[in-house]
Ligand binder design. Structure first.
Ligand SMILES: Cc1ncc(COP(=O)(O)O)c(C=O)c1O
Length: 386
C-alpha cells in the first residue's frame, strides 16, 4: 500500500513548483503533485539507464499496443497503433492542432475559466478566441447552451478540456453527446485536451468525446498523457489520438521545425505507468478523493464565504473568494499574508481575478498547512480592521 502521507522534500531538485517562490512559501499552484512516481516507473527508468546510449527516441510498438489496449479496456474505444502521434506535451499538441487545421482570423471556442495555455493558444496563431463561460450551480458547473451554440456556429474549432482545468468538472455523457452533436451541426473541429482523463473521483468513468459517434471520431483530435495521473510531467511525453487520416497527416506535418522527437525516458516512463502502475493509480485516486473531501469540509467550516463547487476530477479546486474582497487580489493576499502560493484566478480569464486555484495533489499535512496559512492570513486581516 503506497503511503501518500510521506512526500520527499523537493527543494533544490529543479522543480518549477518549488522554485518560483521563497523557501518559506508553501507552493500549491502549478498542476504538479508532490508524490513520488510509482515504483514501476522508477524501476523502468533505472533499467533503461543500464543502457548508456540516450539518442533520439521513438515509441516502440509495445507502447503503441499498450495504449491501444488501454483505450479499449478503459473507455471501450477501438483505435489502431497508427492513430497515435507522440508529442513532447499536450500543450504543444493543441498548438500544433490549431496551427495545422485553422487559418488566421478563424474563431475558436474555449470554456472559461480555462487553463492559461488554452486561453492563450488561439492568440499564438492569429485566431479569434470565443469564450463560452461555464456557470457554477449547486449540482456542478453548467454549460450555457444558447451562448455555447451561437459561439460555435461562427467558429472553426472547439478547444475542449475534459476533465476541466481549473473547475475539476467532468462532463457527463449527456453533455458530451450534446457538444459532439453541436460540433457536427456546425462542422466544428474538436481539439480535446484529456490530460486529466484518469483522475476521476467518486468512481466516475472518463468518456473520450471521440467515442460518442462515428462523426465525433472523425472530427476530434484527442490529447492525452500519463503525465498528470502518474505525476511525471517533467518527462515531457504525451500523445494525440487522431482517427481521421487526413487530419492526422496535417497535424503531424505541423510539427516540422518545432516539435521534434519525444523524450526517450518519457516513453519508457509512459509505458511503465500504463503497464505497471494501475494499483498505484487506484490508491492515488482514493487519497485525492479524501483530500478533496477534507478540503471541501474545511472550506465550509472555516471559510464559509469562499465558494467552491466540489471538483469531480483532477487535483485542483477553484475557489471563489469574491465575497471576501481581498486586496489587491486573493492570490497576492494569501501569498503576502499567509505565505501560501495558489494560481491566480486572472490566469484563467479576465473575469476571474477574485478566484484562486488550489492544488490538493499533496500530502494531507501540506493541505492542512495550506489551510492554516489561509486562516492566519484572514485572521490577520480581521485583526487589522479592528
Ligand atoms: C488541461 C491541461 N492541459 C495541458 C497541460 C500541460 O501539458 P503538457 O505539460 O503535457 O504540455 C496541463 C498542465 O497542467 C493541463 O492542466
Amino acid at each position: 500500500m503506497t503511503s501518500f502521507d510521506t512526500v520527499p522534500n523537493r527543494l533544490g531538485t529543479g522543480s518549477s513548483k518549488w522554485s518560483r517562490y521563497a523557501e518559506d512559501v508553501l507552493p500549491m499552484w502549478v498542476a504538479d503533485m508532490d508524490f513520488p512516481a510509482a515504483p514501476a516507473i522508477i524501476e523502468a527508468l533505472q533499467k533503461r539507464l543500464e543502457h548508456p546510449v540516450l539518442g533520439y527516441g521513438v515509441a516502440r510498438d509495445e507502447l503503441r499496443d499498450q495504449i491501444v489496449a488501454d483505450m479499449a479496456m478503459l473507455y471501450g474505444w477501438a483505435i489502431t497503433r497508427d492513430d497515435i502521434v507522440f508529442l513532447p506535451g499536450v500543450e504543444p499538441g493543441f498548438n500544433m492542432a490549431l496551427k495545422a487545421m485553422l487559418s488566421p482570423g478563424d474563431s475558436v471556442v474555449v470554456q472559461t475559466p480555462i487553463y492559461r495555455p488554452i486561453l492563450n493558444a488561439p492568440g499564438h496563431w492569429g485566431l479569434v478566441r470565443e469564450d463560452a463561460a461555464l456557470a457554477p450551480s449547486p449540482s456542478g458547473w453548467m454549460i450555457d447552451k444558447d451562448a455555447f451554440s451561437s459561439k460555435l456556429a461562427s467558429s472553426k474549432a472547439l478547444l475542449f478540456c475534459n476533465p476541466h482545468n481549473p473547475t475539476g468538472k467532468v462532463f457527463t455523457r449527456d453533455e458530451l453527446t450534446w457538444i459532439a452533436g453541436e460540433c457536427q451541426t456546425h462542422d466544428t473541429l474538436i481539439i480535446s485536451d484529456e490530460i486529466h482523463c484518469d483522475l476521476l473521483l467518486d468512481g466516475r468513468r472518463h468518456i473520450p468525446i471521440a467515442t460518442l459517434s462515428p462523426d465525433a471520431a472523425q472530427r476530434t483530435i484527442t490529447l492525452m498523457a500519463a503525465s498528470k495521473t502518474y505525476n511525471i510531467a517533467g518527462m515531457k511525453t504525451a500523445f494525440a489520438i487522431i482517427q481521421n487520416p487526413q487530419t492526422r497527416e496535417k497535424f503531424a506535418s505541423s510539427r516540422l521545425g518545432m516539435v521534434d522527437s519525444v523524450n526517450i525516458l518519457g516513453l519508457e516512463a509512459t509505458l511503465a505507468a500504463f503497464r505497471g502502475a494501475t494499483v498505484w493509480k487506484a490508491e492515488l485516486l482514493a487519497y485525492l478523493q479524501s483530500n478533496r473531501d477534507f478540503l471541501m469540509g474545511e472550506i465550509a467550516r472555516r471559510f464559509p464565504a469562499i465558494r467552491c463547487v466540489a471538483p469531480e476530477g483532477t487535483f485542483l479546486a477553484w475557489l471563489d473568494c469574491s465575497a471576501l474582497q481581498l486586496t489587491p487580489d486573493p492570490q497576492s493576499f494569501f501569498l503576502e499574508k499567509g505565505k501560501v502560493a495558489f494560481s491566480a484566478g486572472s490566469e484563467f480569464g479576465s473575469a476571474y481575478r477574485d478566484y484562486v486555484r488550489l492544488n490538493f495533489g499533496c500530502s494531507r499535512a501540506s493541505l492542512e498547512e495550506g489551510l492554516r496559512r489561509m486562516e492566519t492570513a484572514l485572521l490577520a486581516r480581521t485583526a487589522g480592521e479592528q
